[in-house]
Design a protein around this ligand. Structure first.
Ligand SMILES: Cc1cc2nc3c(=O)[nH]c(=O)nc-3n(C[C@H](O)[C@H](O)[C@H](O)COP(=O)(O)O)c2cc1C
Length: 54
């Protein structure tokens, strides 16, 4: 199954909040839990068919 990775960078937390809303709308089946770009490895980008970057 194709998956969408959701990644964000945030200072105030707003971008994280929006990423969480997008995740909820798309659903757990297709979209990954939003991850902070500060805490991931490049391999996590490659695990998905499409990316949403915020
Ligand atoms: C670690 C980090 C990486 C970011 N990388 C990008 C980036 O590559 N491109 C971009 O347009 N904004 C980038 N931003 C900006 C954020 O996406 C966001 O617009 C900004 O932090 C203001 O939103 P906030 O209120 O959620 O902090 C980054 C922010 C952080 C903290």
């Amino acid at each position: 199954m194709k998956t969408i990775g959701i990644f964000f960078g945030t200072e105030t937390g707003t971008t994280r909040l929006i990423a969480k809303r997008i995740h909820k709308k798309l659903g757990e089946q297709i979209a990954s839990k939003p991850l902070n770009v500060n805490r991931i490895s490049p391999a996590e980008f490659l695990a998905h068919d499409a990316l949403i970057l915020g």
